[in-house]
Design a protein around this ligand. Structure first.
Ligand SMILES: [Zn+2]
Length: 361
C-alpha cells in the first residue's frame, strides 16, 4: 500500500514535472529562437546604420560572395572585414569604418553623443558656426516671459550679436553673402557655385582686394569668376542687370581678382550657352544638337577665338534653327543672347562661308 502510494506520488510528481518541464522547454526554445532572430535583426540594423552614417562605405560594400555566391555577407566591425556568412570567406579586409564609434538608438542619444555639428558653410556669416538666440520672448514651455526678463534677453541678444560678428570682415560678409545668394538664385545657380563664390569672396577679403571697392561689386565679380571656372558662364550683362552694378565695374574687378589670386580661368566655351538659348527660344533638341555641332566645327577652324562667345553661339543657334526648320528671326535670337543683330549677322556670314553651310536666311 505504502509502496504503491509512494509510487503513485512519485508518478504524479514525475508527471507534473514532465508537464512542467516540457512547457518551459518549449517556451524557452521559442524565446531563444526569438532572441536569436532579434539579435540577427538588430545586428543587420546596426550594419545598415553604420553604413548609412559612413556614407562612403555603402557603395563599396560587397554584395555577393565570389566563392559560393551567397549574398549573406557580414561586416565584422571589430576586425574591419567583410565575411561571407555561408562559407566564411573574408571578402575584404582592412575596411575603414567611416561611421561614428558610438551608437545611438534614438534622436536624443544621437544629439547627445554626436560631437560634430552641421557642415561649415561659407555662405553663412561665421561659416554657420554660431549660437543663435531666438526672437521669441517665450520660455521652454511656450509661456510668455515676465517683462523684466524680456528686457534682459533683449540686452543679451544685442551683445551676443555684437560679440559674434566682432571683426570688420565678418560685418562685411553680413552684407556680401546675402547679395551673393540673391544674385545666384536669380541666375538659377546651384548651391555648390554659391559656396565657391562665398569662399572666393572670403579670399578677396583676406587678400585686401575689397579696399576701396563697393562690397556688391566684389561679390558679383566673385560670382562671375566662379561661374566661369565651373563652366556655366553667365554674361556680364546678365549679372549687371540683376545686381544693379555696372557691367564695366564687374568686369574690371573680375580681372583684378583673377590676376591677384592667380586664378586660371578657362576661356568661355560658346557651346555652354547653347542649352540656355535653345530653351529661351523654345527650340527642339534637334536644333540644340545642330548648333553644338556647328560650334564644334567652328572651333576647329579657329572661328571662335577673339570673338565674343555669346555672339558666335547666337549665330550658331540662329543657323541651326533654320536648318532644322524651326526658324527664329535675328531679332529674337539677339534679344535672348543679349547681343546686337549686327553681331549675329557678322558671325553668321563668317560661319556660313567658312563651314560651307547651304542655308538661305
Ligand atoms: Zn561564401
Amino acid at each position: 500500500m505504502v509502496k504503491s502510494k509512494k509510487n503513485k506520488r512519485v508518478k504524479m510528481a514525475e508527471e507534473r514535472k514532465g508537464a512542467n518541464v516540457q512547457k518551459p522547454v518549449d517556451e524557452e526554445g521559442a524565446a531563444v529562437a526569438e532572441e536569436q532572430k532579434g539579435q540577427a535583426v538588430g545586428s543587420e540594423q546596426e550594419i545598415a546604420i553604420k553604413h548609412t552614417e559612413g556614407g562612403a562605405v555603402i557603395d563599396n560594400r560587397p554584395r555577393v560572395c565570389p566563392s559560393c555566391g551567397s549574398t549573406d555577407i557580414i561586416f565584422d566591425a571589430e576586425r574591419g572585414e567583410y565575411v561571407c556568412n555561408n562559407c566564411g570567406l573574408v571578402i575584404e579586409a582592412n575596411v575603414t569604418d567611416m561611421g561614428p564609434e558610438w551608437r545611438a538608438f534614438d534622436a536624443d542619444q544621437r544629439n547627445e553623443r554626436a560631437r560634430t555639428g552641421a557642415p561649415i558653410k561659407y555662405m553663412k556669416p561665421n561659416k554657420g558656426l554660431v549660437t543663435e538666440i531666438d526672437m521669441y520672448n517665450k520660455d521652454i514651455r511656450g509661456a510668455k516671459l515676465p517683462s523684466k526678463r524680456q528686457a534682459q534677453l533683449y540686452r543679451i541678444r544685442k551683445w551676443h550679436k555684437r560679440a559674434s560678428i566682432a571683426s570688420s570682415s565678418e560685418r562685411n560678409y553680413l552684407v556680401a553673402l546675402p547679395e551673393l545668394s540673391r544674385v545666384a538664385s536669380y541666375l538659377g545657380l546651384p548651391d555648390n557655385i554659391r559656396e565657391s563664390a562665398a569662399l572666393l569672396y572670403r579670399q578677396c577679403v583676406k587678400n585686401n582686394l575689397i579696399r576701396g571697392r563697393p562690397i556688391e561689386t566684389v561679390a558679383n565679380a566673385a560670382l562671375y569668376t566662379v561661374c566661369r571656372q565651373a563652366g556655366m558662364p553667365r554674361t556680364l550683362d546678365e549679372m549687371a542687370q540683376i545686381s544693379g552694378v555696372p557691367k564695366k565695374e564687374i568686369g574690371r574687378t573680375y580681372r583684378i581678382i583673377a590676376h591677384e589670386l592667380n586664378l586660371k580661368i578657362p576661356l568661355t566655351n560658346p557651346v555652354s550657352y547653347v542649352p540656355r538659348y535653345v530653351a529661351a527660344l523654345k527650340l527642339s533638341g534637334e536644333a540644340q544638337k545642330k548648333a553644338e555641332e556647328l560650334l564644334r566645327q567652328a572651333m576647329k577652324k579657329g572661328l571662335v577665338s577673339g570673338r565674343s562667345p555669346t555672339g558666335v553661339c547666337a549665330a550658331a543657334v540662329y543657323i541651326a534653327s533654320a536648318l532644322v526648320g524651326e526658324r527664329r528671326t535675328q531679332k529674337e535670337v539677339a534679344e535672348v543672347a543679349g547681343v546686337t543683330e549686327v553681331t549675329i549677322r557678322n558671325r553668321y556670314r563668317e560661319l556660313k562661308k567658312e563651314l560651307n553651310i547651304d542655308v538661305n536666311l
